[in-house]
Design a protein around this ligand. Structure first.
Ligand code: NAG
Ligand code: NAG
Length: 283
């Protein structure tokens, strides 16, 4: 179980600006010559990220517990929290479904208050996890709401950033999205912006490599695989080692050549057992 991600999960995810219209996983504009199945990328990426955030893949959509890091309650497949309003965002999404059965109505005013004040209080939320578990019986609708929320809050903004850097490979985008979910999008602490800035700053010249694609690192152009490797190092550094269990998995995928998420990915999991994800329908 990856306590760090749950503790810090979505911590910096507070103010998110602007909506993004582009299809979330479509980087085809930069992708001539690279054949990528975006449907499989979506499916495999969110299984992987869910797994790395909670220790289990899809099944964790029902999971809910009091945060041991003061984030209120932590719930769902991506360690959403009541403190940072991400659980509320998923509930708002779930409310749009005909399957919504008023499970959360009694909690919404409190959840809104705690989101506004970024409070990790659990007062008034005693039965919150009961509601979450009940809602999770509507597997498809509720998991869908969680994944849509994470994609809107982190996945889409990350795609825009990736595009601007000429990043092509789904593996790189998965690592970036994962970093954004754990540390936020911002250019501070271990937020995605801060990790990218540190990664760029680490290069003092252009470097070619084996990926066949060069990405922007400040004013240089650097092989995407080398860039990803540097990105993972900086993520570890800025998270003060908190991300190492996660980055180890991404390094393994990089080394083993799972760059495209087009079919199956396989790696040594958090408990050192083999894990694999295939292109299955998520909901
Ligand atoms: C949480 O609060 C922030 C800041 O006021 C707001 O922008 C955001 O929309 C709120 N989230 C939800 C899900 O209501
Ligand atoms: C990298 O490869 C390109 C294309 O072959 C070449 O133009 C460029 O000079 C190379 N850059 C370095 C730093 O070797």
């Amino acid at each position: 179980m990856k306590i760090y991600a749950i503790a810090v999960g979505l911590a910096a995810a507070v103010a998110l600006s602007g909506s993004v219209n582009a299809s979330p996983l479509d980087v085809r504009a930069n992708n001539e010559g690279l054949s990528i199945d975006y449907k499989c990328v979506f499916r495999i990426m969110y299984q992987l990220i869910g797994y790395l955030n909670t220790g289990t893949a899809i099944g964790s959509a029902a999971q809910c517990s009091k945060s041991n890091a003061g984030d209120g309650y932590v719930a769902g497949a991506f360690a959403l929290t009541t403190k940072y309003g991400t659980a509320l965002a998923a509930i708002d999404e779930y409310k749009k479904s005909p399957k919504y059965n008023k499970e959360f109505d009694a909690f919404i005013p409190t959840l809104e208050k705690y989101n506004q004040t970024m409070s990790g209080s659990t007062e008034g939320l005693d039965k919150f996890c009961d509601a979450w578990t009940t809602a999770a019986k509507n597997e498809d609708a509720f998991y869908n709401a969680q994944i849509v929320t994470v994609r809107n809050l982190y996945g889409e903004p990350t795609v825009q950033v990736a595009r601007s850097l000429f990043i092509r490979f789904p593996l790189t985008r998965a690592a970036m999205t994962n970093a954004a979910i754990v540390g936020g999008l911002d250019n501070k602490d271990s937020g995605l912006g801060a990790i990218i800035a540190a990664t760029s700053a680490g290069f003092s010249k252009s470097v070619n490599g084996t990926s066949g694609n060069n990405v922007k690192a400040g004013s240089y152009l650097v092989d995407e695989f080398l860039w990803l490797d540097a990105f993972l190092d900086k993520w570890d550094k800025l998270s003060k080692g908190g991300s190492t269990a996660t980055t180890k998995v991404y390094r393994g995928l990089l080394k083993a050549g799972f760059h495209r998420f087009s079919d199956t990915i396989a790696f040594t999991g958090l408990d050192n057992k083999p894990v694999s994800f295939t292109c299955i329908k998520l909901y």
